[in-house]
Design a protein around this ligand. Structure first.
Ligand SMILES: Cc1cc2nc3c(=O)[nH]c(=O)nc-3n(C[C@H](O)[C@H](O)[C@H](O)COP(=O)(O)O)c2cc1C
Length: 210
C-alpha cells in the first residue's frame, strides 16, 4: 500500500514539474518570437534610414505661386525634401515693378542675397531646381543659390513655369554655373495657364525620368 502511495506521489511530482517545464518553454518561445519581431523592425528602420540618406531635394523659387505648386507635386511624387529659396529682399508685389526690377537685375547680372539655406546639401544626389522663367532665363536669385553650393557629382533636374518662353536659355545658363554636376536637359516646363491642372503632366514626366 505504502509502495503504491509512493508511486502515485512520484508520478504526481513528475507531472507538476513537466507542466512547469512546458509553460517555461512557452514563455521562452514567446520571448524568442518577440526578439525576432524586434530585429525585423530594426532592419526595416535601418533600410528606411538608408533610403533617407540618398533622398532627393526639390529647391525652388516662386514669385506668384505657379512654380511652388509644381515643386510640391514633384516633392510628393518623388518623396523628396523641399526647400523654398527666399530672397532677403522680397520682390515688389506690384507685377510691373517686379518685371522692371528683374530686368535690371538681369542686365547687371546681380546675385540677390538669400535669407535661408538648405541644411546639409551633401546628403542629396539628385536636386530638382525650379523657377519661373524671367526675361528668358531663370531669376538671378537661382544663380545666387547655385553658386553658393558645390554640386559636383550631383544631378540637377531643372523645371520651370513660364508665360510662353519655356526654359529660354536657363538650362545652359545653369549648366555654366554648376561645374561638375550633370544637368538633365529633359527638364519639365509648364506654361502658367496649365499650372492649375498640371498633376497629370507632372506625374507623366516623373514616370519618364525613371
Ligand atoms: C519678372 C517676370 C519676368 C517674366 N519673364 C517671362 C519671360 O521672359 N518669358 C515667359 O514666358 N514668362 C515670363 N514671365 C511669366 C512667368 O514666368 C510665369 O507667369 C510663371 O509661371 C510665374 O511663376 P511663379 O508663379 O512661380 O512666379 C515673367 C514673369 C515675371 C514676374
Amino acid at each position: 500500500m505504502l509502495k503504491k502511495l509512493c508511486v502515485f506521489l512520484i508520478a504526481g511530482v513528475m507531472m507538476v514539474s513537466l507542466a512547469a517545464c512546458s509553460s517555461n518553454n512557452d514563455e521562452q518561445s514567446g520571448q524568442e518570437k518577440e526578439a525576432v519581431v524586434e530585429q525585423e523592425e530594426k532592419k526595416e528602420e535601418t533600410t528606411a534610414e538608408n533610403q533617407d540618406s540618398t533622398k532627393s531635394l526639390v529647391v525652388y523659387f516662386s514669385y506668384s505661386g505657379n512654380t511652388e505648386k509644381v515643386a510640391q507635386l514633384i516633392a510628393q511624387g518623388t518623396n523628396s525634401d523641399i526647400f523654398e529659396i527666399v530672397p532677403e529682399k522680397a520682390y515688389p508685389e506690384d507685377y510691373d515693378e517686379c518685371v522692371d526690377l528683374a530686368s535690371e537685375e538681369k542686365a547687371a547680372n546681380v546675385r540677390p542675397a538669400i535669407k535661408n539655406d538648405v541644411e546639409n546639401i551633401d546628403q542629396y544626389d539628385t536636386i530638382y531646381v525650379g523657377y519661373p522663367c524671367w526675361w528668358g532665363t531663370s531669376p538671378m536669385v537661382i544663380f545666387t543659390f547655385l553658386e553658393s553650393h558645390d554640386f559636383s557629382g550631383k544631378t540637377i533636374i531643372p523645371f520651370t513655369t513660364h508665360g510662353g518662353s519655356g526654359f529660354g536659355s536657363s538650362i545652359s545658363d545653369i549648366s555654366n554655373v554648376v561645374k561638375g554636376a550633370t544637368v538633365n536637359e529633359d527638364g519639365l516646363s509648364i506654361q502658367d495657364s496649365n499650372v492649375d491642372n498640371c498633376e497629370g503632366i507632372v506625374s507623366d514626366w516623373l514616370e519618364s525620368l525613371k
